[in-house]
Design a protein around this ligand. Structure first.
Ligand code: ADP
Ligand code: ZN
Length: 435
């Protein structure tokens, strides 16, 4: 049951001071639970010469060693669980985008907390029991399938577990069932958009809301999705280690993603030094899970690069906001000394009207120098035009990339459909340098 017409739970608008008090209480509790029940944390805290009682104020968290992705591999599969196996009612794994999948477990209480957290997000962007919610996400190990599914059901929306793939059928469902809200990865949404255009059914859609996440995307992609589907498109951030989706989500203001401070303690660090960055500076997101029973996680280095905003949001929620996640620190490309994330390239490309909906970055090494080639699909009508126009377009895209990202690239124009479509997370970069 929602708290009222606007907010799913009253915690969303707790006065800041109360929210901070609740957060600190839960933080102490989470550290104690980890220490008492997980050998790994007990050992790490002992090595750092601290006990849970040393946490006198929130800043003291900096004394606790970071948990890293490799610790999941070292404790694979169940070594980080804090409860006996009988208490675990479900496991998921991460998608395995970088490295061995991480296994995560949930108690019945964890599932309930998580479902509420995602419901909070969906309710925030306007999903109600009158909506038809089509969940175009993978329903197996990936947390985005079941995570959204149960949340939409909890709100009471008519929920369609359509999964990924079979895209024409997906679109037909949207038309036939009058789908009003969708969830998918942004790259799959771009593919659905193409199929909607091919089928010529855009004016038969009743969509209002799109929730897109699990991978980086850009403002200009948002614009394209909003125009194509006639929706408002919201950014959804989460990771399996922290439950899954629902960790942070945009509100209707679309000015960053509220990160739920009653469930997570947030820090932003310099990935090189591990020191906290200043307010408004870019850094790596470090999260401590406050309410997870099966698997408390302390100071987890997500690898995700973002900026934290703490001033009040016009929506009334008191929780801080993450700015759009640029990508993982290990996704950052360094090409001849220039740092760039694939999501920045995407943003530049998606503002160019002749550019289609898909692209790929290919890295090669020639004569000891890194070369970056951006393969760009162009719209059908452009490809059938004069050869001269294509050359002009190719050079223009190169110029715009160089101007906006200071990056010299080789742009290669290809026909629509030449780059593989993604059903889940897109694989944007093909690195041929080590082959
Ligand atoms: P994997 O790390 O194997 O892909 P997950 O499926 O748990 O496993 O994915 C979580 C990761 O996905 C995050 O750490 C982040 O890198 C990325 N991610 C999730 N949501 C977003 C988003 N809205 N924007 C950018 N990246 C995102
Ligand atoms: Zn807000």
């Amino acid at each position: 049951m929602p708290w009222n017409n606007e907010y799913w739970e009253k915690e969303e608008v707790l006065p800041k001071k109360e929210l901070e008090e609740l957060q600190f209480k839960r933080l102490k509790n989470a550290i104690k639970r980890a220490y008492d029940n997980v050998e790994f944390y007990r050992r790490r805290l002992k090595e750092a010469n601290i006990t849970p009682d040393d946490l006198k104020k929130p800043e003291d968290i900096a004394k606790i060693p970071f948990t890293q992705k490799e610790h999941f591999a070292q404790n694979y599969p169940f070594g980080l669980f804090a409860v006996p196996k009988e208490k675990i009612v479900r496991i998921h794994t991460s998608s395995g985008t970088s490295g061995k999948p991480k296994v995560v477990g949930y108690t019945a209480q964890d599932i309930d907390t998580w479902v509420n957290m995602v419901a909070r997000c969906l309710y925030m962007v306007g999903v109600r029991d009158s909506d038809v919610f089509q969940n175009m996400a993978n329903y197996s190990f990936f947390t985005g399938g079941l995570g959204f599914h149960y949340a939409a059901e909890r709100i009471g929306a008519m929920t369609i577990p359509s999964g990924v793939g079979n895209t024409e059928r997906q679109v037909q469902c949207m038309v036939d069932f009058g789908t009003t809200a969708i969830h998918s990865t942004p790259s799959y949404a771009m593919h659905v958009k193409e199929v909607v255009e091919e089928m010529g059914v855009a004016d038969k859609l009743k969509l209002r809301i799109g929730c897109f996440g699990a991978e980086p995307w850009s403002e200009n992609t948002r614009r394209r999705l909003e125009d194509a589907f006639n929706i408002k498109a919201y950014d959804s951030y989460g990771l399996s280690e922290m439950n899954g989706p629902g960790v942070a989500f945009e509100c209707k203001e679309q000015q960053g993603l509220h990160i739920w401070a009653d469930h997570y303690f947030t820090e932003l660090i310099d990935p090189k030094t591990g020191e906290q960055v200043g307010e408004g500076e870019k850094g790596e997101l470090v999260l401590t899970a406050l309410t997870k029973e099966a698997m408390p996680i302390l100071r987890y280095r997500t690898g995700d690069i973002t900026i934290l905003e703490t001033d009040k949001c016009a929506c009334g929620r008191t929780h801080p906001r993450l700015m759009r996640i640029l990508g993982r620190s290990d996704d950052m490309l360094i090409v001849r000394g220039i740092n760039v994330f694939p999501s920045q390239i995407e943003n530049v490309l998606m503002q160019i009207p002749e550019v289609g909906d898909n692209f790929q970055i290919v890295l090669t090494r020639e004569g000891g120098l890194d070369e970056i080639t951006v393969k760009v699909e162009v719209r059908d009508e452009i490809f059938t035009g004069e050869l001269w126009d294509l050359k002009e377009l190719q050079q223009r895209i190169q110029r715009i990339l160089q101007k906006e990202l200071l990056l010299r690239t080789n742009v290669e124009l290809v026909e629509k459909g030449r780059i593989e479509r993604s059903m889940g997370k897109a694989k944007r970069v093909l690195d041929l340098r080590s082959i």
